[in-house]
Design a protein around this ligand. Sequence first.
Ligand SMILES: [Zn+2]
Length: 105
Amino acid sequence: MRTCVGCRRTDSRSALLRVVAVVGEWGGNVSLVPDPRHRLPGRGAWLHLSTTCLEQAVRRKAFTRALRLQVGPDSTAVQKYLTTTRDRPTEGGSDADEHPMRTQQ
Ligand SMILES: [Zn+2]
């Protein structure tokens, strides 16, 4: 179980999006990048696939704390990711995607 940095509720990894911080080449600006395949190195924060949770996390500066950042990160890329994947179900019915072809008990 992981804790969403937005609503602070725990959920399974499959229900949450991993987000990592990438420092810009000038070192000053930090961008949040969605990491749905859990491939990016470094410290990650976990967020529901919900713009509401993202907004809460930004307002609380939760990413700054969770990712140990010096400055407030730019969450544009995550916002864009959430709005483009909004159609995907995050509750109920998601089990079908996790266990394809497994109908036997
Ligand atoms: Zn949440």
